[in-house]
Design a protein around this ligand. Sequence first.
Ligand code: ATP
Ligand code: MG
Length: 447
Amino acid sequence: MTYQIPRGTADLLPDDSPAWQALEQHLKDFCYLYDFREIRTPIFEHTNVFKRENDSSDMVNKEMYTFTLPGSKTSLTIRPEGTAGVVRSFVENKLYASPDLPAKLYYLGPMARHERPQKGRLRIFNQFGVESLGAKSPYADAEVMVLAYSILKSLGLSDIRILLNTLGDDESRSAYRQALKDYFAPYVQDLCGDCKRRYEQNPLRILDCKVDHDLDCMKHAPKMSDYLNEESRTYFRTVCEILDRLEIPYDVEEDLVRGLDYYTHTVFEIVSVNREMGAQSTVLAGGRYDNLIPYFGGPEGMSGIGWALGLERLLIALQAEGISLQEAAGVDCYVMVLDEQARLFAFEVLTALRAAGYQADMDFQGRGFKGQFKAADRAHAKHVLIIGTREFEQQAVTVKNVAAQTQETVQAGALIEYLDGQEAAGEHGHHHEGHEEGCQCEACRGE
Ligand code: ATP
Ligand code: MG
C-alpha cells in the first residue's frame, strides 16, 4: 500500500514556505495601507451559495466538489471561489447596516475546482481576494484596481497588462443579450456543446469560448459598447478617467466577459505577457456585481466589486521574471552538545536564547562534533554555540561568530548580553539600514 497526494493538488514544503509567507505578508501589508480588513468564511458552504439559478459558468456546472454525507439531505460544496461566501456573510451578518460603506474586506485561502490539471491550473489552489461592498462609485472600482496593480508592481513584475471592459447595467446587458441571441440564432448548430447551453443561459459567454474562438461568426458578433445605455457609458468613462489621471495603464478589451455570471459594469483581468506563462496567463481577475448582494437577501440596489488572484500563478509569473521573494535566512544560533551529560544544560541555554528573541536550534540526534558542525553549517547559523565537558563544568558556552571568525567562552548567565553586544556591533558595520552618519540610535552611538 502506498499513499499519494490526489492529482491536481500540491504540498507546500518547508523550503518553499518562506516565499509564500513573504508573499502573503506583502498582500496583507497592502490591504492595511488601503484599509481593507480580513474576513474568513468556511471552506464549504451550502451548495446553493455557489450554484445560483440560471448560472451558465463552467465553474458552477462542471467544476464543483459537491457532497452530501450519508444520512443527510444537506448538499454542501467546497468553495470554488471566495466572493459568494463573503457576500453571503456580509448579508447574513448585516454588515450592510454599517454607517461606513463600502465594507472593504480581504480573504486568503484554498479553493477547489475539478479541472484538468496543468501548469498554473490545480484542483486545490490558493486565492487572495478583496471585496468592496455597499458603495457603487467609480472610485470604488478604481480603488480595487489601483490596489491590484500596485501589489503586482511592488513585487517587481513588469510584464503585466490590465485588460478592462464593461458589461453595463441590467438594461444594457439584456439589450445586448437579445442582440447576441438574434445574431447567433443561425449559427447555433455550428457552436460547441457548451456554447449551445450558453446560447440559452448566457449568450455573452459565447464570446469567451476557447473552442469556438476562431469561428467566422465570432468576428462579426455585435459589440457590447453599441448597447450600453447612457448611465453605463458614463460610469465606465469615469472609471477610465480616474485610471488615466493616476497613470495606471490599461487596455480596453471588448471581448472580455469573464467566466462568472454575476458580473455587471466593470470587469478586468491582469495578465502576465511573459512568454513562459503559457496558456495560464491570467494572474488576477474581478469585476463589479450589482445583483449578488440582493440575491443573498441584502438591500435592493446594493452593489459590490472585487477581484481575486491565484497565488500559484502569481508565483509562476514572478519566477518567469526572475524575481525571488525570500532568501533562506540563517538561524541566529546553533547549539552543539558534545557531552551527553551537558544536554539538559544545553537545552536550558537554548530555551533562554529563544526567550531573548534569538532564533535558535540544537542537535537532537546525539551526533558527534563533525555531524553537528555540518548541521550548523546547513542551518547557516550566525553563531555556533559549543557546549562540551569543559563548558559544562564551568556552566559556560563557547561562542563562535561565523562571519567574524572569532571565538570566545562566555558564562551562561552573561550569554545574552554578550550576543546583544555582538549584534549591535555587527549590524552597524553592514546592513544597518536607514541609519545615516551621526545617527543617534543606540547601535550607532555605541560604535
Ligand atoms: P481561468 O480562465 O484561467 O480558468 P477563471 O476565470 O476561472 O480563470 P477566476 O475564477 O476569475 O478564474 O479566478 C481568479 C484567479 O484565480 C485566476 O486569475 C487565477 O489566477 C486563479 N485560478 C483560477 N482557477 C485556478 C486553478 N484551477 N488553479 C490555479 N489558479 C486558478
Ligand atoms: Mg476557470
